[in-house]
Design a protein around this ligand. Structure first.
Ligand SMILES: C[S@@+](CC[C@H](N)C(=O)[O-])C[C@H]1O[C@@H](n2cnc3c(N)ncnc32)[C@H](O)[C@@H]1O
Length: 223
């Protein structure tokens, strides 16, 4: 308790209690997760006990309490808690990562869909080529992302599609045209739309593309 005169929440756990839990439930080198880190006791004790650790915290006390605390653990100036009985003198290091923007956003119907950032020209082009279509960045129609002949087109939708998404696509086509619809998933029988060929975008395709232009990591490089 003496560690934080202004503890960020009412129930910080004593280091000895967390040490007992980690002795029972883990071995040196194991990975300990505390997804509600609070004041960071779990990580501090895990670190001193030779465990690897991941802490998750969305409060501002991540910066005001946890990071300074872990710095003291790493540089050996934290003499409190279980430091004495473990003869802790410092060592190791950690990295701080900040969560990037969500990959999900709500569409006009309030449904969670993959963010429009992922529907970038890069993904559309990659999916077109994956299915053997030539991308048409300036397509004649907004739904038309590529073609493989005068009558065969592709539409790329990196999200789950519902009947109300597919119906207008089906109706937009000329009678002898077909449309390959590449999506992450769909909740309707593909046979309902004879002029649509509904396929799933291979899961590893979005993963293979370097979406994030920003680096959200901050390497503290403490040793
Ligand atoms: C009771 S404290 C954690 C106590 C700590 N694990 C311990 O054993 O001493 C709960 C913490 O979880 C954090 N928290 C709550 N919801 C969260 C979320 N969705 N993501 C990250 N942190 C969250 C709160 O800000 C608070 O600091």
């Amino acid at each position: 308790m003496a560690l934080f005169g202004d503890a960020p929440f009412a129930t910080p756990k004593p280091e000895r209690l967390v040490k007992r839990v980690l002795e029972i439930a883990s071995d040196p080198g194991d990975l300990v997760l505390d997804s509600f880190a609070g004041s960071g006791t779990t990580g501090a004790v895990a670190h001193k006990m030779g465990r690897r650790w991941i802490m998750v915290e969305h409060g501002a006390h991540c910066h005001s309490h946890i990071v300074p605390r872990m710095r003291r653990v790493v540089d050996g100036s934290d003499a409190g808690g279980v430091s004495g009985e473990l003869c802790w003198q410092g060592g190791g290091g950690f990295q701080l990562f900040e969560l990037g923007p969500s990959l999900l956003e709500k569409d006009a119907h309030g449904r969670h869909v993959v963010s429009s950032r992922l529907a970038s020209a890069e993904l559309v082009e990659a999916v077109c080529r994956q299915f053997g279509f030539t991308p048409e960045p300036q397509g004649r129609d907004p739904w038309r992302h590529g073609s493989s002949s005068e009558r065969q087109f592709i539409h790329v939708a990196p999200r789950m599609l519902f009947r109300e998404d597919l119906l207008p696509l089906s109706e937009a086509l000329d009678p002898d045209a077909t449309l390959l619809v590449a999506c992450l998933a769909h909740d309707t029988d593909a046979g309902n739309f004879p002029n649509l060929d509904i396929r799933k975008i291979p899961r590893d395709l979005p993963d293979a593309i370097d979406w994030a232009k920003d680096d959200y990591s901050l390497a503290l490089a403490l040793t």
